[in-house]
Design a protein around this ligand. Structure first.
Ligand code: ADP
Length: 158
């Protein structure tokens, strides 16, 4: 079984994240979208809301499992029997950050390989930060959100 983990904060998930997962699906038997829970980190959305948005987004995708984790990503992958991590690259800032993390996971992980997918050009400027800024400013962020969660109350009234 080729199992990949796509770890992230997903605060909230955007069309960019969704696109990445769907493009990775043909490469693996299962993709686990793993939402990080870090008690010292301040999130915009509640844990349950972030999770529900992930579940709604991938409700139609049987090869996608949605889960949460609060240990080191490399340890989580081992627990789940996953040998692959998926991450996305939008620009050189992402690259510098992701490069460090991928090296770390290659060092401490057990046969753990990070697969990078370039962002879909249509979504390369999408980020959770942009969505949060729009919502904080009272704007409509639906363009950036997976179609399955558009218009949900949690998004319009965070
Ligand atoms: P983290 O807090 O772990 O960076 P994010 O949820 O912000 O979590 O991002 C998770 C992954 O998704 C990262 O690899 C990031 O580069 C990637 N990503 C974020 N937005 C996009 C996008 N629009 N297109 C492609 N990849 C993206």
């Amino acid at each position: 079984m080729k199992i990949a983990v796509f770890p992230g904060s997903f605060d909230p998930i955007t069309k960019g994240h969704e696109d990445l997962v769907r493009r990775a699906l043909p490469l693996f038997d299962k993709v686990i979208v793993a939402m990080g829970i870090n008690s010292s980190k301040k999130y915009y959305f509640e844990e349950s809301e972030r999770l529900q948005m992930l579940r709604d987004t991938f409700a139609d995708a049987p090869k996608v499992e949605v889960d949460t984790f609060n240990v080191l990503t490399a340890y989580y992958c081992k627990q789940k029997g996953a040998n692959f991590i998926i991450r996305g690259l939008r620009n050189s800032t992402d690259f510098d950050y992701e490069n460090t993390i991928a090296n770390l996971n290659a060092t401490i992980g057990d046969e753990l390989e990070t697969f990078f997918l370039m962002a879909n050009p249509a979504y390369a400027c999408y980020s959770s930060t942009v969505v949060r800024e729009i919502l904080k400013g009272g704007g409509d962020a639906s363009l950036f959100l997976p179609t399955a969660i558009n218009g949900k109350p949690t998004i319009t009234h965070p």
